[in-house]
Design a protein around this ligand. Sequence first.
Ligand code: PMV
Length: 340
Amino acid sequence: MKFTKENAVQLVLDNCNAHQQSLNLNLNMGKAFAPTNIALIKYWGQSNQELNLPITDSLSIGLRSFGAHTQIEIIDKKDIVILNNQPISEDTEFYIRIKSFLDLFRKQFNYNFKVQTWVNIPIAAGLASSACGFAALVLALNDLFQWGLHKQQLSILARLGSGSACRSLWDGFVYWQKGEDVVGSDSYAYPLEKFIWPDLCIGLLIVSKEKKYISSREAMQQTVDSSVLYTSWPQQVTNDLVLIRESIHDRNFELFGQTIENNAMAMHATMLAAKPAICYYNEHTLLAMQKVWSLRKQGLLVYFTQDAGPNLKLIFQQSNRAIIEENFPCLQTVEPFAIK
Ligand code: PMV
Protein backbone atom coordinates (compact mmCIF):
# COMPACT_ATOMS: atom_id res chain seq x y z
CA MET A 1 0.00 0.00 0.00
CA LYS A 2 1.25 3.46 -0.88
CA PHE A 3 2.21 5.59 2.12
CA THR A 4 0.44 8.92 1.60
CA LYS A 5 0.84 12.43 2.98
CA GLU A 6 -2.23 11.75 5.09
CA ASN A 7 -0.53 8.70 6.64
CA ALA A 8 2.54 10.84 7.34
CA VAL A 9 0.45 13.49 9.13
CA GLN A 10 -1.30 10.81 11.15
CA LEU A 11 2.04 9.31 12.18
CA VAL A 12 3.27 12.64 13.53
CA LEU A 13 0.04 13.51 15.33
CA ASP A 14 -0.46 10.02 16.82
CA ASN A 15 3.03 10.03 18.25
CA CYS A 16 2.44 13.13 20.30
CA ASN A 17 -1.13 12.35 21.26
CA ALA A 18 -2.16 15.48 19.43
CA HIS A 19 -5.77 14.43 19.18
CA GLN A 20 -6.11 14.47 22.93
CA GLN A 21 -4.35 17.80 23.30
CA SER A 22 -6.37 19.44 20.59
CA LEU A 23 -9.38 19.52 22.88
CA ASN A 24 -7.68 22.66 24.26
CA LEU A 25 -8.34 24.89 21.29
CA ASN A 26 -6.54 28.18 21.59
CA LEU A 27 -9.61 30.47 21.51
CA ASN A 28 -10.35 29.21 18.00
CA MET A 29 -7.39 31.13 16.61
CA GLY A 30 -3.75 30.25 15.96
CA LYS A 31 -1.01 32.66 14.93
CA ALA A 32 2.58 32.31 13.83
CA PHE A 33 5.47 33.83 11.92
CA ALA A 34 8.01 31.85 9.87
CA PRO A 35 11.09 33.36 8.22
CA THR A 36 11.85 32.61 4.63
CA ASN A 37 15.00 30.62 3.96
CA ILE A 38 17.56 30.87 1.22
CA ALA A 39 19.22 27.63 0.20
CA LEU A 40 23.01 27.88 0.20
CA ILE A 41 23.53 24.24 -0.78
CA LYS A 42 20.42 23.39 -2.72
CA TYR A 43 17.76 20.74 -2.54
CA TRP A 44 17.13 19.72 -6.12
CA GLY A 45 15.48 16.37 -6.86
CA GLN A 46 13.14 14.10 -4.96
CA SER A 47 13.36 10.41 -4.09
CA ASN A 48 9.64 10.42 -3.23
CA GLN A 49 7.34 12.97 -4.83
CA GLU A 50 4.32 12.28 -2.65
CA LEU A 51 6.26 12.89 0.59
CA ASN A 52 8.70 15.51 -0.75
CA LEU A 53 11.70 13.42 0.25
CA PRO A 54 14.94 14.82 -1.15
CA ILE A 55 17.72 12.97 -2.93
CA THR A 56 20.36 14.90 -0.97
CA ASP A 57 20.79 16.87 2.25
CA SER A 58 20.74 20.67 1.94
CA LEU A 59 21.69 23.75 3.94
CA SER A 60 19.99 27.14 4.16
CA ILE A 61 19.95 30.42 6.00
CA GLY A 62 16.86 32.00 7.55
CA LEU A 63 16.04 35.62 6.73
CA ARG A 64 14.58 36.70 10.09
CA SER A 65 12.16 39.54 9.34
CA PHE A 66 11.34 38.44 5.77
CA GLY A 67 8.69 35.77 5.82
CA ALA A 68 5.05 34.92 6.44
CA HIS A 69 2.70 35.88 9.27
CA THR A 70 -0.27 33.52 9.36
CA GLN A 71 -3.46 33.51 11.33
CA ILE A 72 -5.87 30.56 11.27
CA GLU A 73 -9.42 30.37 12.60
CA ILE A 74 -12.09 27.69 12.64
CA ILE A 75 -15.19 28.67 10.69
CA ASP A 76 -18.49 27.00 9.80
CA LYS A 77 -18.48 27.32 6.04
CA LYS A 78 -15.88 26.26 3.51
CA ASP A 79 -12.24 27.31 3.74
CA ILE A 80 -11.37 30.94 3.14
CA VAL A 81 -7.85 31.89 2.09
CA ILE A 82 -6.66 35.50 2.22
CA LEU A 83 -3.22 36.56 1.04
CA ASN A 84 -1.92 40.06 1.81
CA ASN A 85 -5.52 41.16 2.53
CA GLN A 86 -6.80 39.83 -0.85
CA PRO A 87 -9.33 36.97 -0.77
CA ILE A 88 -8.06 34.17 -3.01
CA SER A 89 -10.53 32.62 -5.40
CA GLU A 90 -11.29 28.93 -5.05
CA ASP A 91 -10.28 28.05 -8.59
CA THR A 92 -6.69 29.27 -8.20
CA GLU A 93 -3.71 26.98 -7.77
CA PHE A 94 -2.83 28.84 -4.58
CA TYR A 95 -6.21 28.17 -2.93
CA ILE A 96 -6.18 24.54 -4.02
CA ARG A 97 -2.68 24.02 -2.57
CA ILE A 98 -3.68 25.42 0.82
CA LYS A 99 -6.98 23.55 0.87
CA SER A 100 -5.32 20.24 -0.06
CA PHE A 101 -2.79 20.75 2.71
CA LEU A 102 -5.55 21.41 5.26
CA ASP A 103 -7.38 18.31 3.97
CA LEU A 104 -4.48 16.23 5.31
CA PHE A 105 -5.53 17.18 8.84
CA ARG A 106 -9.29 16.85 8.39
CA LYS A 107 -9.46 13.14 9.03
CA GLN A 108 -8.51 13.96 12.62
CA PHE A 109 -9.99 17.46 12.92
CA ASN A 110 -13.02 17.91 10.78
CA TYR A 111 -13.14 21.68 10.66
CA ASN A 112 -13.14 24.38 8.03
CA PHE A 113 -10.64 27.18 8.32
CA LYS A 114 -10.05 30.79 7.48
CA VAL A 115 -6.36 31.26 6.73
CA GLN A 116 -4.94 34.76 6.49
CA THR A 117 -1.33 35.25 5.47
CA TRP A 118 0.78 38.34 5.06
CA VAL A 119 3.99 37.77 3.12
CA ASN A 120 6.57 40.53 2.78
CA ILE A 121 8.47 39.02 -0.17
CA PRO A 122 7.41 38.50 -3.82
CA ILE A 123 5.31 35.35 -4.27
CA ALA A 124 6.54 32.41 -6.42
CA ALA A 125 9.63 34.27 -7.67
CA GLY A 126 12.33 32.06 -6.18
CA LEU A 127 12.33 33.77 -2.79
CA ALA A 128 10.89 30.79 -0.93
CA SER A 129 7.47 32.33 -0.31
CA SER A 130 5.88 28.89 -0.29
CA ALA A 131 8.51 27.65 2.19
CA CYS A 132 7.75 30.31 4.79
CA GLY A 133 4.03 30.10 3.94
CA PHE A 134 3.73 26.40 4.72
CA ALA A 135 6.01 26.67 7.75
CA ALA A 136 3.87 29.49 9.18
CA LEU A 137 0.70 27.52 8.47
CA VAL A 138 1.99 24.46 10.34
CA LEU A 139 3.11 26.63 13.28
CA ALA A 140 -0.28 28.35 13.33
CA LEU A 141 -2.09 24.96 13.35
CA ASN A 142 0.13 23.87 16.22
CA ASP A 143 -0.81 27.06 18.06
CA LEU A 144 -4.52 26.69 17.29
CA PHE A 145 -4.76 23.07 18.41
CA GLN A 146 -2.16 23.41 21.17
CA TRP A 147 -0.40 20.27 19.98
CA GLY A 148 2.87 21.28 21.58
CA LEU A 149 4.75 19.48 18.81
CA HIS A 150 8.54 19.44 18.82
CA LYS A 151 10.10 21.50 16.02
CA GLN A 152 11.41 18.31 14.43
CA GLN A 153 7.84 17.05 14.01
CA LEU A 154 6.67 20.45 12.76
CA SER A 155 9.49 20.33 10.22
CA ILE A 156 8.16 16.99 8.92
CA LEU A 157 4.65 18.45 8.59
CA ALA A 158 5.95 21.56 6.81
CA ARG A 159 7.90 19.34 4.37
CA LEU A 160 4.63 17.79 3.25
CA GLY A 161 3.48 21.25 2.08
CA SER A 162 6.68 22.14 0.25
CA GLY A 163 10.06 20.45 0.68
CA SER A 164 12.07 23.52 1.57
CA ALA A 165 9.40 24.60 4.09
CA CYS A 166 10.92 22.14 6.55
CA ARG A 167 13.91 24.51 6.85
CA SER A 168 11.79 27.63 7.47
CA LEU A 169 11.27 27.14 11.20
CA TRP A 170 14.50 28.76 12.38
CA ASP A 171 16.78 31.74 11.88
CA GLY A 172 20.45 31.25 11.06
CA PHE A 173 22.00 28.23 9.36
CA VAL A 174 19.64 25.27 9.00
CA TYR A 175 20.47 21.75 7.82
CA TRP A 176 17.92 19.41 6.25
CA GLN A 177 18.96 15.78 6.53
CA LYS A 178 17.38 13.72 3.81
CA GLY A 179 16.93 10.76 6.16
CA GLU A 180 16.91 7.05 5.43
CA ASP A 181 13.37 6.03 6.35
CA VAL A 182 11.21 5.41 3.26
CA VAL A 183 8.26 7.17 4.90
CA GLY A 184 10.34 10.18 5.91
CA SER A 185 10.22 9.98 9.72
CA ASP A 186 13.86 11.13 9.81
CA SER A 187 13.70 13.64 6.95
CA TYR A 188 13.56 16.92 8.82
CA ALA A 189 15.65 20.04 9.37
CA TYR A 190 17.47 21.35 12.42
CA PRO A 191 19.35 24.57 13.19
CA LEU A 192 23.14 24.75 13.33
CA GLU A 193 22.85 26.88 16.45
CA LYS A 194 26.52 26.84 17.34
CA PHE A 195 27.38 28.73 14.17
CA ILE A 196 26.64 32.40 13.93
CA TRP A 197 28.29 34.85 11.59
CA PRO A 198 27.35 38.41 12.61
CA ASP A 199 29.22 39.99 9.73
CA LEU A 200 27.24 38.20 7.04
CA CYS A 201 24.77 40.15 4.86
CA ILE A 202 22.31 38.86 2.29
CA GLY A 203 21.04 41.27 -0.34
CA LEU A 204 17.82 40.50 -2.18
CA LEU A 205 18.16 41.60 -5.75
CA ILE A 206 14.67 41.56 -7.21
CA VAL A 207 14.85 41.75 -11.00
CA SER A 208 11.33 40.43 -11.57
CA LYS A 209 8.21 40.03 -9.44
CA GLU A 210 6.54 37.78 -11.97
CA LYS A 211 5.36 34.31 -11.01
CA LYS A 212 7.83 31.64 -12.16
CA TYR A 213 6.87 29.96 -15.41
CA ILE A 214 7.43 26.43 -14.10
CA SER A 215 7.11 25.35 -10.47
CA SER A 216 10.23 24.13 -8.69
CA ARG A 217 8.46 20.84 -8.05
CA GLU A 218 7.90 20.24 -11.77
CA ALA A 219 11.29 21.61 -12.74
CA MET A 220 13.21 19.34 -10.41
CA GLN A 221 11.34 16.27 -11.59
CA GLN A 222 11.95 17.15 -15.23
CA THR A 223 15.64 17.56 -14.39
CA VAL A 224 15.92 14.26 -12.53
CA ASP A 225 14.12 12.45 -15.35
CA SER A 226 15.91 13.91 -18.34
CA SER A 227 19.13 15.78 -17.56
CA VAL A 228 22.37 13.94 -18.22
CA LEU A 229 24.08 16.41 -15.85
CA TYR A 230 21.88 15.38 -12.94
CA THR A 231 23.95 12.23 -12.41
CA SER A 232 26.78 14.33 -10.98
CA TRP A 233 24.53 16.46 -8.74
CA PRO A 234 24.40 14.28 -5.57
CA GLN A 235 28.22 14.15 -5.50
CA GLN A 236 28.42 17.92 -6.02
CA VAL A 237 26.16 18.42 -3.00
CA THR A 238 28.17 16.03 -0.83
CA ASN A 239 31.38 17.90 -1.66
CA ASP A 240 29.80 21.33 -1.24
CA LEU A 241 28.35 20.45 2.16
CA VAL A 242 31.84 19.61 3.40
CA LEU A 243 33.21 22.88 2.02
CA ILE A 244 30.46 25.07 3.38
CA ARG A 245 30.64 23.55 6.84
CA GLU A 246 34.38 24.16 6.83
CA SER A 247 33.89 27.76 5.64
CA ILE A 248 31.25 28.46 8.30
CA HIS A 249 33.39 26.90 11.01
CA ASP A 250 36.45 28.96 10.01
CA ARG A 251 34.47 32.05 8.95
CA ASN A 252 36.27 31.80 5.65
CA PHE A 253 34.13 34.15 3.56
CA GLU A 254 35.88 33.50 0.26
CA LEU A 255 35.39 29.75 0.50
CA PHE A 256 31.80 30.31 1.65
CA GLY A 257 31.00 32.56 -1.29
CA GLN A 258 32.73 30.40 -3.88
CA THR A 259 30.94 27.30 -2.62
CA ILE A 260 27.41 28.72 -2.65
CA GLU A 261 27.81 30.43 -6.01
CA ASN A 262 29.22 27.30 -7.61
CA ASN A 263 26.46 25.18 -6.09
CA ALA A 264 23.78 27.46 -7.53
CA MET A 265 25.42 27.54 -10.98
CA ALA A 266 25.75 23.75 -10.98
CA MET A 267 22.08 23.34 -10.06
CA HIS A 268 21.04 25.62 -12.93
CA ALA A 269 23.38 23.73 -15.25
CA THR A 270 21.50 20.50 -14.50
CA MET A 271 18.30 22.31 -15.51
CA LEU A 272 19.74 23.74 -18.71
CA ALA A 273 20.57 20.17 -19.76
CA ALA A 274 17.03 18.92 -19.06
CA LYS A 275 14.78 18.01 -21.98
CA PRO A 276 13.17 20.42 -22.56
CA ALA A 277 15.59 22.87 -20.98
CA ILE A 278 14.53 24.84 -17.93
CA CYS A 279 15.91 28.34 -17.67
CA TYR A 280 15.08 30.64 -14.78
CA TYR A 281 17.42 33.44 -15.90
CA ASN A 282 16.24 36.55 -17.63
CA GLU A 283 18.44 39.24 -19.15
CA HIS A 284 18.54 41.22 -15.89
CA THR A 285 19.71 38.13 -14.01
CA LEU A 286 22.61 37.70 -16.40
CA LEU A 287 23.55 41.37 -16.26
CA ALA A 288 23.54 41.25 -12.46
CA MET A 289 25.73 38.12 -12.47
CA GLN A 290 28.22 39.81 -14.77
CA LYS A 291 28.29 42.82 -12.51
CA VAL A 292 29.03 40.62 -9.50
CA TRP A 293 31.86 38.91 -11.40
CA SER A 294 33.29 42.22 -12.53
CA LEU A 295 33.17 43.65 -8.99
CA ARG A 296 34.97 40.56 -7.77
CA LYS A 297 37.63 41.03 -10.41
CA GLN A 298 38.17 44.48 -8.91
CA GLY A 299 38.73 42.86 -5.51
CA LEU A 300 35.30 43.25 -3.93
CA LEU A 301 34.16 40.08 -2.18
CA VAL A 302 30.58 39.59 -3.31
CA TYR A 303 28.90 36.36 -4.44
CA PHE A 304 25.41 35.34 -5.42
CA THR A 305 23.02 32.46 -5.25
CA GLN A 306 19.87 31.85 -7.29
CA ASP A 307 16.87 29.60 -6.76
CA ALA A 308 13.92 28.70 -8.95
CA GLY A 309 13.33 32.19 -10.28
CA PRO A 310 15.23 35.06 -11.91
CA ASN A 311 16.06 36.94 -8.70
CA LEU A 312 19.51 36.80 -7.13
CA LYS A 313 20.59 36.90 -3.52
CA LEU A 314 23.95 38.58 -3.03
CA ILE A 315 26.20 37.51 -0.18
CA PHE A 316 28.73 39.93 1.27
CA GLN A 317 30.24 41.14 4.52
CA GLN A 318 29.12 44.11 6.57
CA SER A 319 32.37 45.95 5.81
CA ASN A 320 31.45 46.05 2.11
CA ARG A 321 27.77 46.80 2.55
CA ALA A 322 27.88 50.48 1.58
CA ILE A 323 29.81 49.96 -1.65
CA ILE A 324 27.65 47.01 -2.69
CA GLU A 325 24.43 48.92 -2.04
CA GLU A 326 25.87 51.77 -4.12
CA ASN A 327 26.43 49.34 -7.01
CA PHE A 328 22.98 47.76 -6.65
CA PRO A 329 20.69 50.63 -5.60
CA CYS A 330 17.55 48.45 -5.35
CA LEU A 331 19.16 45.90 -3.05
CA GLN A 332 17.26 44.97 0.12
CA THR A 333 19.85 43.94 2.68
CA VAL A 334 19.17 41.53 5.50
CA GLU A 335 21.54 40.78 8.37
CA PRO A 336 20.63 37.22 9.34
CA PHE A 337 22.65 37.28 12.56
CA ALA A 338 22.27 40.86 13.78
CA ILE A 339 21.12 41.18 17.38
CA LYS A 340 17.34 41.51 17.45
O1 PMV B 1 10.54 23.42 -1.75
P1 PMV B 1 10.38 23.70 -3.19
O2 PMV B 1 9.53 22.67 -3.86
O3 PMV B 1 9.86 25.11 -3.42
O4 PMV B 1 11.82 23.62 -3.89
C1 PMV B 1 12.87 24.50 -3.55
C2 PMV B 1 13.98 24.42 -4.54
C3 PMV B 1 15.08 25.45 -4.42
O5 PMV B 1 14.61 26.64 -3.83
C4 PMV B 1 15.60 25.80 -5.82
C5 PMV B 1 16.27 24.93 -3.63
C6 PMV B 1 16.12 24.86 -2.14
O6 PMV B 1 16.89 24.10 -1.53
O7 PMV B 1 15.30 25.59 -1.56
